[in-house]
Design a binder for this molecule. Structure first.
Ligand code: SF4
Length: 232
């Protein structure tokens, strides 16, 4: 421990400087749990008012795969846990299909309190809430972010259309995404369910890097130069 003298014309004081080596570093689990507490008491937007519980997200703090949906639904709101209703059961069955344990992945949403009647989150709600998800992803550092549904994909990659990119690993701004249809959409439409199941089978190959990743940054630059897309 270093002793440092501070002085001024009228008095002399002694202070201890704590070496950085003895500053206690929080574990990833502790950091996630600190965020969880902040989410549970958050009042930044209107959504907490009608919610029963916050749904911060759940899973392995060292997960290679993070699943991100848009917002909690009825069952999630009741239990405070993500993807626990029928859509969650479908997600679990697809994880079983590819022999990945749910305990080994992380599952969460952009929005942490349930929007009334499961409506789409509003822009200001996404803006106010998304910082929590970004912090969670910074701690977990997943290799792949699996976006579930249109809203989650468009949150990370504004211009990407799920109908075009579902089932393709894409890289954008330094992160790798694997866009999939939302399990809730699959429950409403058998064709979507078939597509989702087929896409899901490729997830282990995406994790192992066995499927070429589309660089959307480059693709967009090319398409924009050719006048095929407009970002405005
Ligand atoms: S939805 Fe997000 S921003 Fe809104 S109150 Fe809940 S945690 Fe806070």
């Amino acid at each position: 421990m270093k002793l440092v003298w501070y002085s001024n014309p009228t008095k002399i004081s002694l202070r201890f400087v704590i070496p950085t080596s003895i500053i206690i570093k929080m574990t990833d689990e502790e950091l996630l749990s600190k965020l969880e507490k902040a989410i549970k008491t958050c009042r930044k937007c209107r959504l907490y008012k009608n919610a029963t519980n916050a749904v911060p997200g759940h899973g392995n703090s060292k997960a290679k795969i993070a699943f991100v949906g848009e917002a909690p639904g009825y069952n999630e709101d009741q239990q405070g846990l993500p993807f626990v209703g029928r859509a969650g059961k479908l997600l679990n069955s697809m994880l079983d299909m590819i022999k990945i344990q749910r305990e080994d992945v992380w599952v969460g949403n952009i929005i942490k309190h349930r929007p009334p009647e499961n409506r789409d989150p509003m822009k200001d709600e996404v803006r106010l809430c998304s910082g929590f998800l970004e912090e969670q992803l910074k701690i977990i550092k997943p290799k792949i972010i699996v976006t579930l549904g249109r809203i989650a994909l468009e949150y990370f990659v504004k211009e990407a259309k799920i109908s075009k990119y579902h089932g393709f690993p894409i890289s954008y701004k330094g992160r790798v995404f694997f866009p999939l249809y939302h399990p809730a959409a699959a429950l409403r439409n058998g064709n979507i369910e078939n597509i989702l199941r087929e896409d899901f089978k490729n997830l282990p190959k995406v994790v192992k890097g066995e499927i070429a990743v589309v660089d959307l940054g480059k693709e967009y630059t090319k398409e924009k130069a050719e006048g095929q897309i407009s970002f405005m």
